[in-house]
Design a binder for this molecule. Structure first.
Ligand code: GCO
Length: 485
């Protein structure tokens, strides 16, 4: 088919997150976050890597933005570290913390790069965790609202695009279901409760934003993947319907429709693990409407029925990687709550995988964009998509043709989705520079810009544009006209 052009003002961007790049974890009055504490605890991260220094973006701000300008980026998505702004989460505002982001936003604007500000990318101030058990308490909503108000007021004239929560589905599943992120719990009742509290915080932030920043646009970023049944057996299809609720609708329906998905809520209530939802909560959730939906896309998932005889037939397909947060791994829930109807995650027989065992599925990207737009009819901002790989320096360069191929295929799928009719604001590749992977240190790299540092030390922190840098530069310059070579 003849593909439509990208919209004229399409925001070609790249993304990052504070903890993964900034470093300077105790500088200029910053407080400690739950990620500082978690990474400092032996055994929690790959070879004990921490964000203490990360890629030292805090001290390379001008240099990093100059590289973005050189690339021609139209948008840059970053997150603000709450503990720089309010070190204990709820008390005094730290002007020096605000100044850092002021400088960043100023540099971006000067270079005609649209800032896209994420309010929460997982680094909760430790004090709120200690005092209130973090997202298990409604006190944290009060603190979050205050933090948001500070940022809305400070940046309302300079930042148009705002993201509330990054991948609520991922950080709550890792933190409360699998115990691989802070607060390192395996307690699904608490997971659903924390999610409800975060949903309320999300709604409060959106409503406050619309009051204080009427010209801006705000929405959450969700880690979305389509769900495929392994076969056309109605048992597997039913499993995929359950998995879609469990993985996607549970969050997206609340964000976009202001209510929980009906069947799943009933199931959780029966299993006595549903959150405590008051009438006032329902009203609040209904009242908050995001202006766009942020989608982070890496891959979807394939499921089959959890009937035992069916499972035995395909046992060899259950070889998925333990470090993949986008995979449905319902065993933890089943063990704790056998009543909930479930499914089993299996590898797709149709898809190749990355070095990290993540399925490569560009058609799934088109499907994802179509599904989400069909259901919620909100403009979509792709806030993350990219390939994690073990890049190797060769004669001072990175020849990442595999990344170019991956991105090419995904951009083409996105272009097809636009031609299908999906309304899109922009696309932020993950990530601009290499950065600290939460659990994989510097082995797993995503950037257009290589950073000379590794898991054992800081090295030079030199910035080296990869081959993919030039490739993306050209895509942007031509507004995506020639995606295939
Ligand atoms: C990693 C992850 C992250 C995420 C990002 C999610 O390796 O640590 O892949 O980089 O993609 O933080 O928003």
């Amino acid at each position: 088919q003849q593909l439509d052009d990208f919209p004229e003002n399409f925001l070609w961007g790249a993304a990052s997150a504070a903890y993964q790049i900034e470093g300077a974890y105790q500088e200029d009055g910053k407080g400690i976050s739950i990620w500082d504490t978690y990474a400092h605890t032996p055994g929690n991260t790959y070879q004990g890597t921490t964000g203490d220094v990360a890629i030292d973006h805090y001290h390379h701000l001008e240099e990093d933005v100059a590289l973005m300008a050189k690339m021609g980026l139209k948008a840059y998505r970053f997150s603000v570290a709450w503990s720089r702004i309010i070190p204990d989460g709820e008390g005094t505002v730290n002007e020096a913390g605000l100044d850092f982001y002021r400088r960043l936003i100023h540099e971006l604007r000067k270079n005609k790069i649209e800032p896209v500000l994420t309010l929460y990318h997982w680094d909760l101030p430790q004090a709120l965790q200690d005092k209130y058990a973090g997202w298990e308490s409604r006190q944290t909503i009060v603190a979050f609202k205050k933090y948001c108000e500070v940022l809305f007021k400070a940046f309302k004239d300079d930042v148009k695009y705002w993201v509330t929560f990054n991948e609520q589905n991922v950080f709550t599943s890792m933190g409360y279901r699998w115990g691989t992120h802070p607060p390192k719990l395996k307690n699904i009742k608490k997971m659903y409760e924390a999610n409800h509290i975060i949903n309320l915080a999300n709604a409060e932030a959106i409503n406050l934003f619309h009051e204080l920043v009427p010209k801006g646009l705000i929405g959450p970023s969700f880690g979305y993947g389509p769900v495929y049944p392994l076969t056309g057996d109605p048992q597997d299809v039913l499993a995929s319907v359950n998995a879609d609720d469990f993985n996607n609708n549970w969050w997206l329906d609340v964000y976009c429709r202001g209510e929980y998905p009906y069947f799943m809520l009933k199931q959780l209530q029966k299993a006595k693990i549903a959150p405590n939802i008051t009438e006032a909560d329902r009203k609040l959730l209904k009242s908050a409407k995001p202006d766009f939906l942020g989608i982070n896309y890496y891959h979807g998932g394939t499921v089959q029925t959890n009937r035992l005889e069916k499972q035995a037939e395909t046992a060899n397909q259950k070889d998925f990687s333990a470090t993949d947060p986008y995979l449905m791994q319902p065993e933890a829930d089943q063990a704790q709550s056998p009543e909930i109807p479930m499914f089993n995650s299996v590898s797709s027989p149709y898809l190749a995988k990355t070095e990290w065992g993540w399925e490569i599925d560009p058609i799934g990207f088109r499907i994802a964009l179509r599904q989400v737009y069909e259901k919620y009819r909100l403009p979509i901002f792709v806030t993350e998509n990219g390939l994690g790989a073990m890049d190797k320096l060769e004669d001072g360069q990175i020849h990442d043709s595999y990344r170019i191929k991956y991105l090419q295929e995904h951009l083409l799928a996105m272009k097809e989705a636009i031609t299908d009719g999906v309304e899109m604001i922009g696309y932020c590749a993950w990530s601009f520079t290499d950065l600290l992977s939460w659990l994989n240190g510097y082995r797993k790299r995503y950037g257009f810009v290589y950073i000379d540092r590794d898991d054992n030390g800081e090295r030079t922190q030199q910035r080296i544009p990869k081959d993919s840098f030039k490739w993306y530069q050209k895509i942007i310059a031509e507004n995506g006209k020639q995606i295939t070579p």
